[in-house]
Write a protein that binds this ligand. Sequence first.
Ligand SMILES: Cc1ncc(C[n+]2csc(CCOP(=O)(O)OP(=O)(O)O)c2C)c(N)n1
Ligand SMILES: [Mg+2]
Length: 623
Amino acid sequence: MTVRLTVAQALVRFLAAQYTERDGARQRLIAATWGIFGHGNVAGIGQALVEDAELMPFHQGRNEQAMVHAAVGYARQSNRLSAHAVTTSIGPGATNLVTGAALATINHLPVLLLPGDTFATRPADPVLQQLQLPYAGDVSVNDCLRPVSRYFDRIGRPEALVPAALAAMRVLTDPVETGAVTLALPQDVQAEAYDWPDEFFAERVWRVRRPSPDEDELDAAVAAISRATRPLIVAGGGVRYSGAEEALHDFAALSGIPVAFTQAGKGALSHDHPQNVGGIGHTGTAVADHLARTADVIIGVGTRWTDFTTASGTLFGHPSVRFVNLNIAAFDSHKLAALPLVADAREGLEQLHSLLEPHHVTQHYVHEYAEERLRWQRRVDAAYAVPDEDARPTQAQVLGVLDTLVDGSDILINAAGSLPGDLHKLWRPRSTDQYHVEYGYSCMGYEIPAALGVLLAAPGRPVWALVGDGTYLMNPTEIVTAVQERLPLRLVILQNHGYASIGGLSEAVGAERYGTDYRHRDPDGGFTGAPLPVDLGANAASLGMRVLRPRTVRDLREALADARAATVPTCVYVETETADTVSGPPPAQAWWDVPVAETSTRPSAVKAREEYDRHVTARRRHL
Ligand SMILES: Cc1ncc(C[n+]2csc(CCOP(=O)(O)OP(=O)(O)O)c2C)c(N)n1
Ligand SMILES: [Mg+2]
């Protein structure tokens, strides 16, 4: 039997019938579609979505990049078992997807992108918004999405949708491959009818696999870990996506091995777990970085080993340090010349657990990290301390106040600025999914739209988007969507008049904070005038938010408590004391490689280069 539908109608009906299953739980694979209509999707997908509105929930976005961020937030909160689709018009609507697609692919988070494309039949080229290349007739702007997509296809004929749609679902649900998946849809093809086989629309279940480790790899890993005297576990995002938190907890308890966390892995163990030594690397804790410098065996679990984690190759200092990398992707498991253990994180940890003798590290080692862990806690307390309730809060104090208000149900979202470092060092996660920091792409403007995706995945939970003023200005548009959807977004805007993080970095690399503060241009051409008179609270209010404006720490306590209890989108707009005038969180405990000018006439850059050359010598290649 066949059913006659347009390509767009068939795609929507197909997507509504896809499910994932893991550990016996089944859920919709594509739970909703975000869209902004224009030519290229209004008549095709737009018509199909209204025709099948009861099959496919629809959310109206304001900016295509932001829609991808919302979809990514949803997918991450859903542990990659459920995703959203994003439909756009052709041209600028489609290319606005590129940043979001890169973010999704880098973070291994599934999103289905459905950009409109120029006519397959080419009746009147160039159509509005079409890029024509004299040397290539088969290229459109959508080809920009190829390098940032894990699967890309252009549906030039109706029947090509069948294999393309199946391939797209395979990639979205493959824990190694997953990321942005793009089906570019020429607008004439979207509206074209075809006789589809019934089976195309049958319910289909995509099992999300949990591969077991190879026995020889497992034996080698067990042998290496058994011989270790100062082992350290580094837990990454793979622990959370695999739902391996309990297995990690049990393996750590059995072995006594301390556990440090990347940004994506933080939260996998609760902050008060005695083996949790906090964040690792450039934004890590003193205890985790000390252990990393002296560990003889490092067990990476579900981590990509970014430069922030390895302190740009300078962190692991034991002369004969070896790595064991448990990772579902062979690519990541072979990094740092590790003994690879290619497997699902939960499976791998459970198998290690069953094969290792209850092997406890020495009491001396346990005392060492337990003591240093407490010392770091005191540094967090000092950063959170409030000597004067009537003073303007520091950024760390804002986190400290929030720390007193939240429970395990709260979810904190951030991606860029000085907050990711502060959060990685300071935040005490209460639940496995509380800490949502996107630090693979560290994309300013992820936070607000991602919060909407998280709210859709975790209804009823308090979801906080924490943003700097620069980040707010980059992408506030989805506030309107929160208002439209009645999603009680809690937004905290930290006003410090510019790019504090990059200002500090700029100073450290001899660039003298140039172009990083939001100040009036002065008569000499620089930017040293008064701070710009922007009122981001008024801006958020103009988009429909309820806005609270605390000035002191005392006000802030009230405002954050009020926002937490709110049932409508609520913004807390607070001016923070800058790090120049008060002590902030502890400084970086490890290096990060940002190359400094090798020659300059300015003393600040010359000095910075000397410092840089000193650090570079500490870099190791692990072979
Ligand atoms: C889209 C994007 N553009 C540029 C950057 C580089 N960048 C990282 S942090 C930052 C400044 C962030 O400013 P703000 O949000 O005010 O936070 P603050 O540094 O003041 O804490 C910039 C420009 C980025 N991460 N993302
Ligand atoms: Mg700022």
